[in-house]
Design a protein around this ligand. Structure first.
Ligand code: MG
Length: 252
């Protein structure tokens, strides 16, 4: 089976549910990021998200996924992704990535933002802006007839032109009735390569951008990914549907 044959296309009624799921998730993540304050632990931040997930009567997608113990992945400063909420205290000047997934009517939705706590330095500010914009550069290419490599390349080029590096070891993914579906969506690659994008595909694009080296390592907890050189990293993610009119962001 070729990669393009593995891609699951969603029917219009499925897209409708995915839109609702995305709207709910977006409101949860926005409210969680607004509650972020210096002095708070990452566990407290996760508890805020969990309360909101329960209030919306949706299911947390990450809790219990391969044994992950929380609703959010919370990754601070040099942590790239998959940080486990715990006793770590968030301080003024930190950057905090909040990655959340939910299940609504059997469909998954997945999004992430990175936010600064209070005043952050100009390098971190630029890191956040470049990472966020690289996501949108990738999304612009997510239209029927384009190759997956067009999305990957747009992200990589935007990031590297600005002298940041793009993480290779972790990638985006298809999403639907599973959290991770084919195809994988790398944030690096060559234009006009890979599977051709089709109307009805639903994908999560999630660039992870580092100030220093693109290389990463996994901590002893088996989850938390950190930059190999200890320099900061940011992460933004949207779930989106590919429609005849182009990309439709579900988690905005
Ligand atoms: Mg994801």
């Amino acid at each position: 089976m070729t990669a393009s044959e593995q891609i699951k296309l969603k029917a219009p009624q499925d897209i409708k549910i995915l839109k609702k799921a995305g709207r709910i998730l977006s409101s949860i993540v926005k409210e969680t990021s607004r509650s972020l304050k210096s002095g708070m632990t990452t566990r407290q931040l996760d508890a805020i998200a969990e309360k909101l997930i329960n209030e919306h009567d949706v299911t947390p997608a990450f809790k219990g996924y391969r044994g992950f113990p929380a609703c959010c992945c919370i990754s601070v400063n040099e942590e790239v992704v998959h940080g486990i909420p715990g006793d770590k205290v968030i301080r003024e000047g930190d950057i905090v990535s909040i990655d959340v997934g939910i299940i609504y009517q059997e469909f998954y939705s997945d999004t992430a933002v990175t936010v600064g706590v209070g005043k952050i330095n100009s390098k971190l500010q630029q890191l956040l802006e470049v990472t966020r914009q690289s996501l949108y550069e990738g999304i612009k290419q997510a239209k029927p007839g384009n190759h997956l490599g067009d999305v990957s390349h747009a992200i990589q080029k935007y990031v590297e032109d600005r002298k940041f590096s793009i993480v290779r070891d972790f990638v985006g993914h298809g999403i639907g009735k599973n959290l991770h579906e084919a195809p994988e969506i790398p944030n690096f690659g060559s234009p006009h390569t890979g599977p051709i994008l089709k109307e009805g595909m639903v994908i999560a694009i999630e660039p992870m951008v580092n100030v220093g080296t693109w290389q990463t390592r996994i901590c002893q907890d088996g989850w938390t990914v950190v930059t190999a050189d200890g320099q900061p990293s940011a992460h933004f993610e949207h779930s989106l549907a590919i429609t005849a009119d182009g990309p439709l962001i579900l988690t905005e």
